[in-house]
Ligand binder design. Structure first.
Ligand code: ADP
Ligand code: MG
Length: 368
């Protein structure tokens, strides 16, 4: 017999859960009842097994009526996409020391690891359905796990999606999430769909995540209050899911800005065989960047800084009103920052004078 009863602290109160069965059996209980049950069956709640850990921190019952037919607990999760829809799938991995500093607050890490994946769905115009989590942990730290899962699942709840499976192993801290979304067939906002003459747009504001990174790496000085605001952008990005979906029939190509606007736009240009001109004076700079840095740093961080997780997209000039309406409907700000040309990538000021800024976005294998 597998004994793996665990105690869950839920909004409904204490729940005694039996994750050894699927659907997971759950019983409301009091702490005394839980302690007595554990002692009766000889179960030591202090020793958290891999399965306890999954059940306690990462098991959620998918909402009835959702596309997820089976979640955590079996060999596979089951998703039933609607007829006429395509599945959109994306994976992003966060490695300690590579993508985040050792000691980064666990709640922020949970949020960010899901947010960067949702951002990829947003960039295709897909609606999120669910996600899996592959987690490598150096040790079981329950306070860390509680904060991490809370940060991650709070964002999942916001988008009404379930954690539907994953894998858990011991090793260096690494978080790998795969998201699943759906999109009406043929409606995805692909990188190869930009057309010369399109407007170039970006959502939200740019540069504060890069500014926070520089301050945390001590390559520039920032007062504590400014750093706190900028670091929010770095640690808790907002995936533009609603905007991506609203742009389905309006935009041509889209990408999310994770490695720097110029570099990421470069992917659209390459795949669409087009060029672009960007007006650096029209960029939506983040407030702390504007308030604390000289113009050159503003340009550099907004154009080449990573971790913004805004959407960069192209749309026909005839769709300007529709783009603004989509932005309004999704409570997002969008800014027209340039246009798609036949070839090349040029950054100018408001007077059309070319600025000497070259793409310098992040590449894991080109830098130490
Ligand atoms: P398997 O032996 O088939 O790989 P596991 O024992 O690794 O299955 O996992 C048991 C169940 O728990 C599976 O449904 C799996 O998807 C889920 N799972 C494992 N780790 C996680 C995690 N970190 N988050 C969510 N679900 C998980
Ligand atoms: Mg496994």
């Amino acid at each position: 017999m597998r004994l793996s009863l665990i105690l869950l602290h839920t909004a409904k109160g204490l729940i005694l859960s039996d994750p050894g069965h699927f659907p997971v059996r759950e019983y409301r209980c009091t702490l005394t009842c839980y302690t007595q049950t554990c002692s009766l069956i000889g179960y030591n709640p202090g020793m958290l097994s891999e399965f306890d850990l999954i059940a306690r921190y990462f098991t959620r019952t998918p909402r009835a009526g959702s596309a997820v037919k089976l979640g955590v607990g079996d060999d596979c999760a089951l998703i039933a996409p609607r007829a006429g829809y395509e599945l959109a799938i994306s994976t992003d991995m966060l490695v300690e020391g590579r993508h985040f500093f050792a000691g980064t607050e666990a709640g922020a890490l949970g949020h960010k690891s899901l947010a960067v994946n949702l951002s990829d769905l947003a960039a295709m115009g897909a609606q999120p359905l669910g996600f899996t989590l592959a987690l490598s942990l150096p040790a079981i730290d329950e306070a860390w796990l509680a904060d991490f899962s809370h940060g991650m699942l709070a964002l999942a709840d916001k988008h009404d999606i379930a954690l539907i499976g994953g894998d858990t192993t011991k090793g260096p801290l690494t978080i790998c999430i795969t998201v699943f979304g759906e999109i009406p067939s043929g409606k995805a906002l692909r990188r190869d769909a930009a057309i010369a003459g399109d407007d170039l747009w970006v959502s939200g504001t740019l540069g504060d995540a890069r500014l926070a990174l520089a301050a945390l790496q001590n390559t520039l000085a920032l007062d504590a209050a400014s750093l706190a605001i900028a670091a929010e952008r770095l640690h808790r990005p907002t995936p533009r899911v609603a905007l991506g979906m609203a742009l389905r029939d309006i935009a041509h190509a889209a990408i999310d800005v994770s490695d720097g606007l110029l570099g990421d736009l470069g992917h659209i240009l390459k795949r669409s065989h087009v060029g672009a001109v960007i007006n650096a004076d029209a960029l939506p700079y983040d407030a702390i960047l504007l308030a604390t840095q000289p113009g050159e740093t503003q340009h550099e961080f907004a154009l080449n800084g990573g971790d913004d997780y805004e959407l960069c997209f192209t749309a026909p000039t005839s769709h300007r009103d529709a783009v603004q309406a989509a932005a309004l409907a999704s409570s997002t700000v969008v800014t027209r920052i340039g246009s798609i040309t036949a070839a090349g990538l040029q950054v100018t000021d408001a007077n059309g004078k070319t600025l000497a800024i070259t793409p310098n976005s992040f590449d894991h294998f080109s830098k130490i």
